[in-house]
Ligand binder design. Structure first.
Ligand code: MLT
Length: 309
């Protein structure tokens, strides 16, 4: 059996696979090259950079399993894979804490203008009065998506004495109340929330969930945090809402197209702070997801029971 690892994953995961199979690590492969070599492999391991399109899957004559070292499988055509009998599995737990903590870091950095303060001071400017922040205590945080990461953010926000409201069609009001959270309908969140953080997958239903119409319903001076998926926010509409002063600021880790185009309007706004999809980028998380996905691949190739994505 041969395994192709086409995105950078932690060595611990690769070593687990190497004990069982022949493993090739080939990163930054152009799609044509991937299509050319994929028939040689029984398993493929990716993060989010490799786009496992229908064309890749059609060419994958021997592929039995695709493992995603991370949560989101939106870079994989799961439907095409399933139709071909290829198992798609992910590593849903290993990077939960990393993404949760990055969300808190982005929210605090946004509230206190940390990136702007850092950049201006390194540039020789002492902008104490210009960089006035806001406190989190007593503010309302709207969480869209109360899965592992969303509920981890809620727990930390409650510890900071924020009021937490949330939207999640998959949980009920009692479950939310047990976590100290008020469950609301999506459009009920917008007039209430001082901060809104997204923790939803990218699907046809969540595409552009935050758009011009929704920004218009938001509380003035709302701050938005997105460490989930870029396409869930319409980037042009967000930039406009910031320019119009509806949104006081945004902290964005994920973009509709990655790596992000330097001309993206969000990069031009001082009120928007950004990181290059670092939510899962901790040493601990990368070992966790790589080990989990390696074990999943081995189980799938041996025909043992596995949880599919
Ligand atoms: C995920 O879906 O797990 C994260 O976005 C991290 C990654 O892209 O690897």
């Amino acid at each position: 059996m041969r395994v192709l690892v086409s995105d950078p994953v932690s060595a611990q995961g690769v070593e687990i696979l190497q004990k069982e199979y022949e493993v090739d690590v080939k990163i930054k492969l152009p799609i044509e090259e991937l299509i050319k070599i994929i028939p040689q492999y029984d398993a493929l391991v990716v993060r989010s950079e490799t786009k496992v399109t229908k064309a890749v899957i059609e060419a994958a004559a021997n592929l039995k399993v695709i493992g995603r070292a991370g949560v989101g499988v939106d870079n994989i055509d799961v439907e095409a894979a399933t139709q071909k009998g290829i198992v798609v599995l992910n590593a849903p737990e290993g990077n939960t804490i990393a993404a949760t903590e990055h969300t808190m870091a982005m929210m605090l950095a946004l509230a206190r203008n940390v990136p702007q303060a850092h950049a201006s001071l390194k540039n020789g400017q002492w902008l104490r009065s210009k960089l006035m922040g806001v406190e989190m205590r007593g503010k309302t945080l709207g969480i869209l998506g109360l899965g592992r990461i969303g509920s981890g953010v809620a727990k930390r926000a409650l510890a900071m004495e924020m009021n937490v409201v949330a939207y999640d069609p998959f949980i009920n009001a009692e479950q939310a109340a047990a976590m100290g959270i008020q469950l609301l309908e999506l459009d009920e969140i917008f007039p209430l929330a001082d901060f809104i953080t997204l923790h939803l997958p990218f699907t046809s239903e969540t595409k552009y969930l935050l758009n011009k119409e929704r920004f218009a319903k938001m509380k003035p001076n709302v701050r938005i945090i997105n460490c989930a998926r870029g396409g869930v926010i319409h980037e042009g509409d967000l930039a406009e809402a910031v320019e119009q002063g509806i949104v006081a600021g945004a902290a964005i880790d994920v973009f509709e197209k990655e790596p992000v185009n330097p001309e993206n309007p969000l990069l031009k706004l001082d009120q928007v702070i950004v990181t290059p999809h670092l939510g899962a980028s901790t040493a601990e998380a990368q070992v966790g997801v790589a080990v989990d996905v390696a074990k999943g691949i081995i189980a799938a190739l041996k025909g043992e029971p596995i949880a599919t994505a």
